[in-house]
Every structure is written in structure tokens, then in C-alpha cells.
Design a binder for this molecule. Structure first.
Ligand code: PLP
Length: 369
């Protein structure tokens, strides 16, 4: 444990995340869920999120690499990790030995996993990835015939699933509908050769925005954490799940004309009470928020942040909240300070804000009510 209280902390509302998983279940009825917990569960703390979601019986926990798969496994949960992307040769032996779910996109991966399976005298379940437009992994639809013929010669691989991924589920309906149809044809072709247990295409945006009747599995990430990537009817049922707070370390009065932070981009227009807060861009509080009308809530009062974000500290104008003192906690992300709005201010996307929250921040749980 911490031997001194941390300057800044992330708290996750685990029940809210479980609630959001139920919303995913409602939006995609009767589907298996690959609960995506990569990147430290989008900053919410992988271990505590896995422990809570295990009770909701997802089909898999979606992860990005073997290290994250190990973190899932270390919680002693029964649900298997599923590696969402292609795996470099050095990670494959561990994957084959561990029984984790994974995809193959090439004959090279198929041959390598087949020989690892043979070495271990086991049959490995694999998900065939099909590239229907993402350009990141998968067999092209035109390559499927050859791939399926090749797989017939690899008895140590068992195709239990087929997956693809949508590049524009949040912005191009025409392309996405065509992609849904194309993937259906691919699934039909593969189903002639394999008994498919899992058919999946949709991440959060695809799941919330489209009906994909032939798919029986979905891969929600962002929506589990309470953020909808698209405007949709489910949006206001999602509960925000993250609070970011940092300690006020110092409060001082500055005279008129005093610069605040590097570059002196902000100069006090009148005497101000200025609080120093113990968080900075090294924690994932993005430097691009400098001068962007961002706020911290301290003692229920929104306090404008002043000047540039520094590596470990930021400053806020607390003139409107006279009781503020060192030791108070300043809220920077929470139910009324949304990740989406921060992302817009920074010029990025909510995924980037959440996964940018740094390792220096301890992950705790909370109830956001
Ligand atoms: C990260 C990822 C997801 C989750 O995406 P969200 O948009 O966060 O829901 C789903 N599928 C794959 C293949 C991914 O890499």
C-alpha cells in the first residue's frame, strides 16, 4: 500500500461499469460479451474491473497483449482473456500454452500456432479474423477460400470464432452497412467448414448503432466505462464510471500582474487566490489543456485552471471559493466534468484521455451515486 497519501487518484465506480455491461446486453440481446479491459481497463484499473465484471459472466475479457492477459489471469477469474489483435511470434508460445482466446490473420500465424499446439499435444481454439475494411488484421475476403483449405490440413487448430472490425461505425452508415453485408457473406463461407461458436464484428459504436442479426458476440469497450461513441437511444442509460481527483497542495494570494506557470501565458488581471494542485501531464492531465477553459471542482465550486499544465502540477483560481485550503481534493473528471468534453478541448477522443491516465495514479473504487 501507499506509505503516504497519493497526490492524485483515479476512482472507478465498478457497479456503474457492471450496469453499463447490462446496457450492452440490452442493446445486443442474446449476445456473448467480450468485455474489453485492455489498457488497464481504459484507465479504470484492470484488476478491480475484472473482479467486478466476472460476476456478470462475460464470454471473454478483451486484452491487447500477453502481459494484460496475464493480469486478467492473475485475478483468478474463470473467464478467459481474448487477445484482440495479432500476436508477435515471441508471445505465441505463452498464448498457446495458456488457453487464451486469440485471432489468426495469416497462414504464417496459423502454421506457427498449429505447431505450438502439436508440441503441447493440444488443440487450440482460434478466431479467424477477416479484414472487411479496417486494414489492420485479418484475411481478406478473397483469401478465405485458400485459408480454409489450408486450415483443413492443421488438425491442431479448431476454428471456434470469426471476427472483423468496423473502421467507421461512428461516422459512415453506408460503408458500415455494406461492411455488415460483406462480413455476413464471409461468415457463411466459413460456416461451411467450421462450427462457429462466436461471430463478432461490433465494438461499442457498432453495437449501439447497428443491428447485426447473424452476429452472436459483441466487444464493448468504451461504453462499459459510461461513454457512448455515438449519439444513440442508449446513451443516457450509461453511467459515467470514473472520477479523477488531485490534492490541493498550496493556496496563496497573488497580486495583479503576476504570471502563472511556464510561458507566463496567464497573468493575473486582478488579485487572485491561486491553488496549486498535485497533478500534471506526467499523470495524463494533458498539456493541451493549457489555456483551454478547463475547470477543477473544489468544495463544490468550479475553479478555472490557469496557465500551462506542468509535469506534476497545475494551478487554479480559487478566488470564488474562499474556504479552499491545502489538503482539499480537486475533482478534474467526474459526473459533471466529462471525459468527452475534455477530449474535445484537447482535440482528441475519449479513448485517448482515459488510456492516457498514467501509472502514477493509484486506482481505487468508489460510488458515484
Ligand atoms: C479496443 C477494441 C474494441 C473496443 O472498442 P470500443 O470502441 O472501445 O468499444 C473492440 N474490438 C477490438 C478489436 C478492439 O481492438
Amino acid at each position: 500500500m501507499q506509505d503516504c497519501s497519493p497526490r492524485a487518484i483515479v476512482e472507478a465506480d465498478l457497479d456503474a461499469i457492471a450496469h453499463n455491461l447490462h446496457v450492452a446486453r440490452q442493446a445486443a440481446p442474446d449476445c456473448h460479451i467480450i468485455a474489453v479491459v485492455k489498457a488497464n481497463a481504459y484507465g479504470h484499473g484492470l484488476e478491480q474491473v475484472v473482479r467486478r465484471l466476472e460476476a456478470e459472466h462475460p464470454a471473454f475479457f478483451g486484452v491487447a497483449n500477453a502481459m494484460e492477459a496475464r493480469q486478467v489471469q492473475a485475478t483468478d477469474c474463470k473467464t478467459r482473456p481474448f487477445l484482440l489483435g495479432p500476436n508477435p511470434p515471441a508471445e505465441r508460445a505463452e498464448i498457446a500454452a495458456s488457453g487464451w482466446g486469440f485471432t489468426i490473420s495469416s497462414l504464417e500465424e496459423a502454421d506457427h500456432f498449429a505447431s505450438l499446439a502439436a508440441d503441447g499435444q493440444r488443440v487450440l481454439s482460434v478466431h479467424l479474423a477477416v479484414d472487411t475494411g479496417m486494414g489492420r488484421e485479418g484475411f481478406l475476403p478473397s483469401e478465405l477460400g485458400d485459408a480454409l483449405a489450408h486450415l483443413k490440413g492443421l488438425p491442431t487448430l479448431h476454428v471456434e470464432g470469426v471476427m472483423s472490425h468496423m473502421p467507421v461505425a461512428d461516422e459512415d452508415e453506408r460503408f458500415s452497412c455494406a461492411q455488415i453485408n460483406l462480413f455476413e457473406q464471409c461468415v457463411r463461407e466459413i460456416a461451411l467448414h467450421a462450427r462457429l461458436r462466436y461471430v463478432h464484428l461490433a465494438a461499442s459504436a457498432g453495437l449501439l448503432g447497428y443491428k447485426i442479426p447473424y452476429a452472436n458476440t459483441v466487444r464493448p469497450g468504451l461504453m462499459l466505462y459510461g461513454i457512448s461513441p455515438i449519439p444513440c437511444t442508449w446513451e443516457n442509460q450509461l453511467r459515467p464510471a470514473l472520477r479523477l481527483r488531485a490534492a490541493v497542495t498550496l493556496v496563496r494570494s497573488l497580486p495583479t500582474g503576476h504570471g502563472v506557470s511556464y510561458g507566463r501565458c496567464f497573468v493575473t488581471p486582478r488579485p487572485l487566490r491561486v491553488a496549486t494542485i498535485g497533478i500534471g501531464y506526467a499523470d495524463g492531465w494533458r498539456r493541451h489543456l493549457s489555456g483551454k477553459q478547463a475547470y477543477a471542482i473544489i468544495r463544490n465550486t468550479p475553479c478555472p485552471l490557469l496557465g500551462r499544465v506542468t509535469m506534476d502540477q497545475i494551478m487554479a483560481d480559487v478566488s470564488a471559493s474562499p474556504g479552499v485550503q491545502a489538503g482539499d481534493m480537486a475533482e478534474l473528471i467526474g459526473p459533471s466534468l466529462s471525459v468527452k468534453q475534455l477530449a474535445t478541448q484537447v482535440g482528441t477522443i475519449p479513448w485517448d484521455i482515459l488510456t492516457g491516465l498514467g501509472p502514477r495514479l493509484p486506482r481505487l473504487s468508489c460510488s458515484l451515486g
